[in-house]
Design a binder for this molecule. Structure first.
Ligand code: UD1
Ligand code: MG
Length: 464
């Protein structure tokens, strides 16, 4: 097997994005464009991955250094004189014995299987180009020019194309595979006598053809795989296309989506059987939905595991952050609930509207149905936590824990000043501010007594 070295072009300014952020760090389906490209590259298990950086180099380099799936080397292109100039910067790191695969950092959805087929077409004396032909106008992409016998002759950039060439509908995706030795030779011949006064990588094709090398084209019809992102409009269009694919894959697996066009999946989403998802939901990071889970409209769910039979009512926000969130089997959450990192709900827990739970475990059957806060708390089974009650878990410096024993009943509008423990089976009267531990089974009250003045006269009525 010929060793594979991958070069990803990511130095360009992305002028048409009109953004401070380097183009390749703009997000598609929750991940930077470059992360999608790196994932496809890493899946091929190459010898090396080299990213060419320039605009926003510090940010792009930091991103590459933290990439988890493969070592990523970066080389700097300064100034940015075109895609050919970019590959020239990587050339010293492309050993002669390898095949070089060139990927554009702004072409995010290319699939590893397609790349494998392309690499198989590149040999000692053949270049291989990934091209697309949908029969429609090729827009700003480079046109594939073929000789009468069908052999690829050149790639002509849109800005350099004659009217006849502009009408060609087959275009270059920005992805090519070439034996490194030949590629480096052709790179040495690039000139900038073109409309953009740049060194075009695409001109290596002309030089290869001049030398009589063969040029294979893997022509596909799936424009989504090779769509480039050059503007916010293209990014948004590709986002929809990407989401449509994810929705289709979920439905293929049996997930029932109220409307596949109103779903956003921005990380791995694993679903069991008979999962239903209503409109307008967003899933981020790894999310698992167990058998029979129902997600109501307009929920945002990130980094969480929702177990079998749980129901998440509309407008609920769940974000597991670095600690994760677990919603146990048969639990009910929302509408308008908020689960934050470290929330752990056991079986059949109920969390109602405007209830916030952070870093707290609620044991089986516990309920907090209205307008409440539970932070850093351990809540026993079947506890009923009243409307408007909160754990005062933060003293301005440290966080403290609240422990509520099994079957305890916390009345409405209580403040449990942590650290504090409420004994099992106890009751805390409504409106109490609890600062001391309470024994099991006791009734604890900590509030002003009611005064009633029956013979009171309203001064306003006494002196009209
Ligand atoms: C390029 C191709 C075009 C193809 C299209 C597919 C060239 C000359 N043209 O055009 O044929 O149809 O991709 O999407 O290659 N970059 C650098 N350094 C530079 C310039 C660009 O690293 O000096 C990087 C960019 O960051 C980007 C990629 O190369 O990731 C492509 O550059 P871009 O300017 O978007 O080229 P296109 O005009 O899209
Ligand atoms: Mg581009």
């Amino acid at each position: 097997m010929t060793p594979l070295d991958i070069v990803i072009l990511a130095a360009g300014k992305g002028t048409r994005m009109k953004s401070r952020l380097p183009k390749v760090l703009h997000r598609l389906a929750g991940q930077p464009l470059l992360a999608h490209v790196l994932d496809a590259a890493a899946a091929l298990q190459p010898r090396a991955i080299i990213v060419v950086t320039g605009h926003g180099a510090a940010e792009v380099q930091a991103f590459c250094a933290a990439y988890p799936l493969h070592a990523v080397q970066t080389v700097r292109q300064e100034p940015q004189r075109g895609t050919g100039h970019a590959v020239q910067q990587a050339a010293p790191w492309l050993p002669d014995d390898g095949v070089a695969l060139i990927l554009n950092g702004d072409v995010p959805l290319v699939e590893p299987e397609t790349l494998r087929q392309l690499i198989a077409l590149a040999s000692d004396d053949a270049l291989a180009l990934l091209t697309v032909d949908t029969g429609e106008d090729a827009g700003a992409y480079g046109r594939i020019e073929r000789a009468p016998d069908g052999a690829v002759r050149a790639i002509v950039e849109a800005k350099d194309a004659s009217p006849r060439q502009r009408a060609l509908t087959e275009w270059y995706s920005g992805v090519m595979a070439a034996p490194a030795r030949r590629l480096k030779r052709y790179l040495g011949r690039l000139t900038d006598d073109n409309a953009q006064q740049e060194l075009y990588l695409t001109d290596v094709v002309r030089h290869a053809a001049d030398e009589g090398a063969s040029i294979a084209a893997l022509r596909i019809v799936d424009a989504v795989q090779v769509a480039g992102v050059n503007s916010p409009a293209q990014l948004a269009a590709l986002e929809r296309a990407c989401q449509a694919r994810r929705a289709a894959a979920l439905m293929d697996a049996g997930v029932r989506l109220a409307d596949p066009a109103r779903l956003d999946v921005r990380g791995p989403l694993r679903c069991g059987q008979d999962v239903e998802i209503d409109i307008g939901c967003i899933f981020e990071g790894p999310v698992t939905l167990g058998d029979g889970v129902r997600i109501g409209a307009h929920c945002v769910i990130a980094r969480a595991r929702i177990e079998a039979g749980a129901v998440i009512q509309p407008f609920t926000h769940i974000d597991g952050g670095d600690k994760g969130v677990v919603v146990g089997p048969g639990a009910q959450v929302g509408p308008y609930a908020r689960l934050r990192p470290g929330a752990r709900l056991d079986a059949r827990v109920h969390i109602g509207n405007f209830v916030e739970v952070k870093n707290s475990r609620l044991a089986e059957g516990a309920k907090a149905n209205h307008l409440a806060y539970l932070g850093d708390a351990e809540v026993g089974p079947r506890v009923n936590y009243g409307a408007g009650s909160i754990t005062a878990n933060y003293d301005g410096v440290n966080k403290h824990r609240t422990v509520i024993g099994a079957d305890a009943h916390i009345g409405s509008n209580c403040v449990l000043v942590a650290p504090v423990a409420i004994g099992a089976g106890g009751t805390v009267g409504a409106g109490s501010v609890i600062t001391q531990d309470t024994p099991p089974g006791a009734l604890s009250l900590a509030r002003g007594r009611q005064t009633v003045k029956a013979d009171w006269v309203d001064p306003a009525r006494a002196n009209p």
